[in-house]
Design a protein around this ligand. Structure first.
Ligand SMILES: Nc1ncnc2c1ncn2[C@@H]1O[C@H](COP(=O)(O)OP(=O)(O)O)[C@@H](O)[C@H]1O
Ligand SMILES: [Mg+2]
Length: 336
């Protein structure tokens, strides 16, 4: 995709489920949740997650980025496929949808089993980076973990650690320990053990497959829920929005030299904002088209690096995405 291609796509960004005629495809009684990035339609025992092109940083929606929703939904679908043997996930297979394959057909819609989401997110970290590094550097425990002293920024842990955080209804999520989650009654002790096991196994698979593509899966976040009394992986998996990836090449040298790693994620967008003094509070800066294009190119690059295939959008513009979403809603919810 050329820079001109991205520029032309700016006008066709998909703003989300509630922004157009596609809502007519919702059955009476369906409920729509508007997330920061995705919109979720609930009806009966199903949920349709529609990835928009909205981009958020510091928990605020700031702009749109061409094809971002497709990139994320398709990366996630690929990883669900690669990890389905480890833990059940929320995807409703095409065999239960009369052969219809939502992601293949729409690029950005997922038909899922509606889960009762657990009130905690499981962050798994292979390296001391990001907010964990900031906590560590400030002498604070990292999600209740006391790490040995003398660790350096971006240092690899002897083995990955699970650092949960609570899911707050509003505002920022809060890091906490597994023991705290159990003590607060958010999850019982057996469930917590099972969650930890599943998260570490998913992360190990993620690291292994990323390594084959010359990438390091640095850290990531999982959201689990319950369906028919069974634990089930929900939300998204190993996307650039939920994960940090580095290029493996040069990791050691950069680590020894104490310089930043080469990243494959939206950290660049956050840094652009930080450089303008925006940390999530107050009036955000206007996002120029160049930054939206640059960000889109990074997302597409991420897709191509992770999956190893050239990215070709399924839907070229917002109108096509709306039609595809309307079709998906109809297929997902008919006869429920
Ligand atoms: N299978 C599922 N059933 C019910 N809710 C889900 C399922 N998968 C994901 N979710 C929820 O859908 C929402 C996805 O939208 P997102 O843009 O990530 O919103 P948020 O701003 O809440 O993070 C999240 O609240 C997530 O917990
Ligand atoms: Mg989310």
């Amino acid at each position: 995709m050329s820079p001109e291609g991205f520029k032309a796509a700016l006008a066709g960004c998909y703003a989300g489920l509630t922004s157009g005629a596609q809502t007519e495809a919702l059955p009476a009684g369906a409920r729509v949740y508007e997330g920061k990035v995705r919109d979720v339609a609930f009806y009966g025992d199903r949920a349709v997650l529609v990835a928009s092109d909205r981009i958020s940083a510091f928990d605020r929606v700031l702009s749109t980025v061409p094809w971002k929703g497709e990139v994320l939904a398709r990366i996630s679908a690929w990883w669900f496929d690669q990890t389905a043997d480890i833990v059940p996930n929320h995807l409703v297979p095409p065999s239960e949808l009369g052969g219809y394959d939502p992601v293949r057909s729409s690029g950005r819609c997922v038909v899922a089993r509606k889960l009762k989401m657990l009130p905690a997110e499981l962050v798994v970290r292979g390296y001391l980076s990001g907010s964990a590094w900031r906590d560590y550097q400030a002498g604070r425990p990292v999600s209740g973990l006391r790490l040995p002293s003398g660790l350096r920024c971006n240092e690899r842990f002897p083995s990955p650690v699970v650092t949960p955080s609570t899911k707050e209804a509003s505002g920022h999520d809060r890091p906490c320990s597994g023991a705290e989650l159990v003590a607060s009654g958010a999850v019982d002790a057996d469930t917590w053990r099972e969650l930890e096991r599943a998260a570490l196994a998913l992360f190990a698979r993620g690291q292994e497959l990323a390594a084959r593509r010359g990438l390091i899966l640095v850290d990531t976040k999982y959201e689990f829920g319950v369906s028919n009394g069974r634990l089930c992986l929900g939300d998204e998996i190993h996307t650039p929005d939920s994960s940090r990836y580095w290029f493996a090449e040069g990791y050691e040298r950069r680590f020894d030299d104490g310089v930043e790693q080469r990243e494959l994620d939206k950290e660049a967008f956050r840094r652009w904002l930080l450089a303008r003094g925006f940390k999530g509070d107050g009036e955000p800066p206007a996002i120029p088209d160049e930054v939206r294009i640059e960000t889109a190119m990074r997302y597409v690059q991420a897709y191509e690096a992770i999956i190893g295939e050239e990215f070709m959008p399924v839907c070229q513009d917002a109108q096509a995405a709306e039609r595809a979403a309307a079709y998906c809603l109809t297929e997902a919810f008919k006869a429920r």
